[in-house]
Design a protein around this ligand. Sequence first.
Ligand code: ACO
Length: 335
Amino acid sequence: MELLNKLYELAKSNIKKIVLPEGEEERTILAASKIKDINVAHPILIGNYEAILNKAKKLNVNIDEIDIIDPEKSDKLQYYIEKFYELRKNKGVTIEKAKSIVRDPLYFGTMMVKCNDADGMVSGAIHTTGDLLRPGLQVIKTLKGASVVSSFFIMMVPNSCYGEEGMLLFADCAVNPNPDYKELAEIAIATADTARNVCKIEPKVAMLSFSTMGSADHETVEKVRMATELAKNMRPDLLIDGELQLDSAIVQKVAKQKAPNSSVAGRANVLIFPDLQSGNIGYKLVQRFANAEAIGPICQGFAKPINDLSRGCSVEDIVNVVVLTSVQSQSKITL
Ligand code: ACO
């Protein structure tokens, strides 16, 4: 919670414009009102003006001071269409296709971020992760020096001694179905940088597997080994080790037995999963069984911040992700 408070203070110190393309959705309207009230960002709702005002009235929230943009009535629509066409014409997009694509609020919001009319975007209360990521991947692209967009969760496990007094970063739990070893190395490094720059903790990165330091052999284990080696070579300043089973990574007693020479084993605070199946299942297990708060998924590697929500998200979840998006936008690092 201390971390969240810090992030809220950071967001307040430099207000960023965050576009919410699901502007007609009730939790999003309530979140926008709260964001404005506590002054952590400048929210922009996208949608039909009348529909948003009627919903707000029904919800009894004041959105007088919140910007609403209806793509159909926006004087930027034509500009965004032309810009999108330019960006995607080599991928087969015609001007006719661009006209219909950019009217979609998710694409319209992405174009706002691309054209510096907003600093970041948060969506996903009613859209799938793929729906949100695709416009971002096509238009915003990766940050200079990064080749892969991935995601992380900040997991806050109550009454736990693991990680940083119960706080751990998990990646990638939402984007890359089956990263190759180079992508896995990049995900590990990006998440370590996030731990340092945003969570202000010194990362100890465990590359997870069903094997600990050669206890088993399989091509999927070999991928984790190669990723570990590459990540260590790329960033010798970081503590990264693997391959490690989950218990070797976080339980000191097990680490002493299975990986006594590891600088990470037994005290890892950043867990890198070998693929999306394990990452997605893993974070949900901890969230449900340990009653952990899962903040995210937060994307890292985009040239400008775009973030996803779970469709089961609460108003508070939306506010939290908007705060993180604002902080990402301030720091301009490979988040
Ligand atoms: N990083 C950078 N660029 C990427 C990435 C990536 N991880 N993935 C795709 N791209 C690029 C492609 O190179 C392509 O660029 P181009 O069109 O300019 O050539 C563009 O993005 C689109 O690529 P596609 O292959 O058409 O996109 P795809 O259909 O594979 O979708 C997506 C990519 C949406 C990320 C897909 O991999 C996906 O659905 N991932 C899983 C999402 C998910 O369902 N997560 C679980 C639920 S989330 C939760 O539970 C919290």
